[in-house]
Ligand binder design. Structure first.
Ligand code: CTP
Length: 419
C-alpha cells in the first residue's frame, strides 16, 4: 500500500466502499476523482467484495487494496492512511457502516481509517428506504453530523428492486463535486453541522388563467447554490423551489411550490423547526385578483379586451420576522435593487433591511444583464448590526459560501440531536 502522491500530485483521498449494490457506482466515482488529479486509495469492506471485487479497485486506482488491518501490517496502514488523507469519502455508506462509524467501532481497515482521520469525512448513504428512515439509522446520522461528518442526503429514486424512495446513493458526479467542495473549503466545511436550514429559490408564478401566469426572470441559481453550500457544510437542508431552471442539488430535500401563497405557507411551516431561513426566492408582490377558470379568449371587439387587476400578496419575509420566537431562526432576505433618483442601491438596501426586520440582507444590483440567469453575482451582505461585507463579482457558489460565513457567527444555540 502506498500513500505517496500520484502523478497529478493532487489531494490524497481515501475512498471507502461498503457492502451495498451501489458499490458498482463507486467505480465511476473513483474514475472521476483520479481523472481530475486526486490520489485515491480504495478501502473496501469485506462485504463490498460480494458486489465489486478488489481487482477492479486495484486496476482503476493503480494501487493494492486491503480490507483488514492485517495485510501490510508492517506499514500500519490503518493509522497511516487516516493520518495522511486530505479527505475520506465512503460511497456507498450502508446502514451498518453508518452505525459502526457513529459508535466508534474499528473492526476492519475502513472503520480504523475513519477513527484515525483528522481530515474532512464525507459519507454518501445508500440503502432501502425503510432502513434509511429507521430511527436507529437517523439517530446515527444525526450523531455523525453533530460531530462534523458530512453525511449527504440520499437521492430519491429507483432502488435495487421495483421499490422507489429516499435511499439511493447520490450520483457519482454529485459526490465528486461534494468532495471537491470539502477539499476546497477545509476547516469551515462543518460549521453548519446538524443545523436545519430552509432556502427558498426561484420565481413564483401567479396564474391568470389555466395557461398563463405572471412570473419573473429568476433562475433560482443563487438559491440552489445556497442550498448546496449549506448541505456541504453539514446542514440538513430543505429547498423550497418555485420555478427553478437548474437541476436540484444533491443532499437536499426539495419541496416544489408554484405561487407566492404556496411558498409562504410552506416556508412558514418549515421555519418553526429551522435554525436559518434564507429567502432567496423572487416572490411575486402582486397576483391577478381573479383567476379565470377557462382560457381567456380574444373577441372581435378590442374594446372588450381584458384588463388585469392585481392584488398584493403577503410579504413572506416580513411575516417570518413578525412570527419568530426569540432569536431563532436567523432570517436572511435578498434584495434585487436598481438605483434611482430617490437613492443609491445601497441606500435602498439599508432601507429594505430596516423595513423587513431580517438579520441579514443580501443586496445585489440588477439590470438587464446583471444578477438574473447568470452564473456569477456581485453582492453586498448587510447586517442588522450595521455590518457590510462586499463580495466582488464571483460565482454563485462563492457568494453562497460568503452568505453562510456571515450566518454562522449568528448561530448561538447548541445543535439539538433531532431525528
Ligand atoms: N419577499 C417575500 N414576500 C414577498 C416579496 C418578497 O418574502 N411577497 C422577500 C424576497 O424573497 C426577498 C425580499 O423579500 O428576500 C426582498 O424582495 P424584494 O422583491 O426586493 O422586496 P419587496 O418587499 O418586494 O420590495 P420592492 O417594493 O422593492 O419590490
Amino acid at each position: 500500500m502506498s500513500t505517496t502522491r500520484g502523478p497529478g500530485n493532487g489531494p490524497r483521498v481515501v475512498l471507502g466502499v461498503a457492502g451495498g449494490i451501489a458499490a458498482y457506482k463507486a467505480a465511476l466515482l473513483l474514475r472521476e476523482l483520479t481523472e481530475s488529479g486526486h490520489d485515491v486509495t480504495v478501502v473496501p469492506t469485506a462485504a463490498s467484495e460480494h458486489f465489486v471485487g478488489r481487482a477492479t479497485w486495484e486496476a482503476l486506482s493503480g494501487k493494492p487494496v486491503a480490507t483488514d488491518v492485517w495485510s501490510h501490517a508492517d506499514e500500519v496502514p490503518h493509522v497511516r492512511l487516516g493520518r495522511h488523507a486530505d479527505l475520506v469519502v465512503v460511497a456507498p455508506a450502508t446502514a451498518d457502516l453508518l452505525g459502526r462509524a457513529a459508535h466508534g467501532l474499528a473492526d476492519d481497515l475502513l472503520t480504523n481509517v475513519l477513527l484515525t482521520a483528522t481530515c474532512p469525512v464525507l459519507l454518501a448513504p445508500a440503502m432501502h428506504t425503510e432502513m434509511w428512515l429507521n430511527p436507529a439509522v437517523q439517530a446515527n446520522v444525526a450523531l455523525l453530523r453533530s460531530r462534523g461528518t458530512t453525511v449527504l442526503e440520499p437521492a430519491s429514486g429507483r432502488l435495487t428492486g421495483a421499490d422507489t424512495g429516499p435511499g439511493r446513493m447520490p450520483e457519482p458526479a454529485d459526490i465528486a463535486a461534494a468532495c471537491r467542495r470539502l477539499l476546497a473549503s477545509g476547516a469551515r466545511s462543518y460549521d453548519l453541522a446538524g443545523r436545519r436550514v430552509v432556502v427558498s429559490a426561484g420565481g413564483t408564478r401567479e396564474p391568470l388563467d389555466p395557461v398563463r401566469f405572471l412570473g419573473n426572470r429568476s433562475s433560482g441559481r443563487q438559491g440552489v447554490a445556497l442550498a448546496a453550500a449549506a448541505a456541504a457544510r453539514g446542514a440538513v437542508v430543505t429547498l423550497v423551489a418555485a420555478h427553478v431552471e437548474v437541476p436540484d442539488p444533491s443532499g437536499v430535500e426539495v419541496v416544489r411550490v408554484a405561487t407566492a401563497a404556496e411558498l409562504g405557507e410552506t416556508v412558514r411551516a418549515l421555519a418553526a423547526s429551522a435554525d436559518v431561513v434564507v429567502m432567496a426566492a423572487a416572490v411575486a408582490d402582486f397576483r391577478p385578483a381573479t383567476r379565470a377558470g377557462n382560457k381567456i379568449k380574444k373577441s372581435d371587439d378590442p374594446a372588450r379586451d381584458p384588463v388585469v387587476v392585481l392584488e398584493r400578496t403577503d410579504d413572506v419575509l416580513a411575516g417570518l420576522v413578525r412570527e419568530r420566537a426569540g432569536a431563532a431562526p436567523v432570517i436572511v432576505g435578498f434584495a434585487a435593487e436598481t438605483g434611482d433618483e430617490s437613492g443609491t442601491v445601497l441606500e435602498h438596501g439599508r432601507a429594505k433591511l430596516t423595513r423587513k426586520g431580517c438579520d441579514l440582507l443580501v443586496l445585489n444590483e440588477v439590470g438587464e444583464a446583471k444578477g438574473f440567469a447568470t452564473p456569477t453575482n456581485a453582492v453586498t451582505i448587510l447586517g442588522a448590526d450595521g455590518s457590510e461585507r462586499e463580495v466582488a463579482e464571483a460565482s454563485k457558489d462563492v457568494v453562497a459560501d460568503a452568505v453562510w460565513d456571515a450566518v454562522v457567527p449568528m448561530l448561538t444555540s447548541a445543535v439539538t440531536l433531532t431525528t
